[in-house]
Design a protein around this ligand. Sequence first.
Ligand SMILES: *Cc1c(COP(=O)(O)O)cnc(C)c1O
Length: 389
Amino acid sequence: MSFNDLAAALEARRQENLYRQRRVLESAQGPEVSVDGKRYLAFCSNDYLGLANHPEVIAALKQGADTYGVGGGASHLVNGHSQAHHALEEELAAFTGRERVLLFSTGYMANIGAINALIDKQGAVFQDRLNHASLLDAGLLSGARFQRYLHNDPDSLAQRLSRPEARRKLVVTDGVFSMDGDIANLPELSRVTRENDGWLMVDDAHGFGCLGATGAGCVEHFGLSNEDVPVLIGTLGKGFGTSGAFVAGSEVLIETLIQFARTYIYTTSMSPAVAQATRASLKLVQAEVWRRDKLAQLIQRFRHGCEQLGYELMDSPTPIQPIMIGDAGEAMRISAALEARGIFISAIRPPTVPAGSSRLRVTLSAAHSEEQVDRLLEALDVVRSGGAA
Ligand SMILES: *Cc1c(COP(=O)(O)O)cnc(C)c1O
């Protein structure tokens, strides 16, 4: 057997302008980064609050390593569950207003683990068609009857929920949609789900830290209870600036995951030093309201500027502000033209987004300045009028 087949598939990807390449970052995350030997002003990280390189978070990581070491050493159920993990779980439970929280090593694993612990072949899973890949993969893996409803459309969900009986019905949605930036209509989605005896699971990877008065995400933004959203997922690698993820919910939910979530049971615990670092970032998320206020100002400034330039934005009130381009090749051209002007924004293409909806996924951070947003707008003006590269 040869690898010719694989090489042909790679070549086809290249022909379609869908080939992906990694860039090597030589600096910490921040508005200015060093990539492949050059300095750029970056607008594509998920470090929305500017905590990934915060001195207090770094100090906590060092202190955590001094106390607990670097490696988790074992799974949580053997002897890898440290005091740092335990304290972080308790603090996140208080933060989210849920009875308990369970840490996972990544958001991808939290989603695979939670969905598969809750439903199986006898169940049905209902997903927004623009949900994150990890949610879709988790649903398929479960073997449950799998249905997608129209994007952020409670009526479309209600139609699907009212059909044949399943033992358990799990409705799954992003809280903030990762590639579009819009917020799920959770009050209506939860109403429809409860009326049909389902459970609503919300993956708020992009809402935690950014939405709600204390940064507790879209459930705080809408004032929703544990009964409205019984399964709440947060990730720690975005607004929190560290890494890992958690599920928040009732005592029964968390005990179920400890017993049945395979991606919790059969994997090494996250680094306890990272758990300590995350405790520091949680304090900053809650206390430093100015980070959310600053983001709101930058979002408004950017949207206003883009409208004046005639760019098509999406209906997003969050730090995810994609500029819709459409064609993958054109998205690549604009990304390259911006790069030539010292601005780093990667083009997002299929299969991450639907065919024909390639975009520049601009993300803003509380660490950006107004002047930096203005520099982005100036560059967008030049590349649009063809003065590119
Ligand atoms: C990033 C993301 C994940 C995955 O989280 P990781 O911790 O990076 O694995 C899951 N869900 C959504 C909506 C995401 O945007």
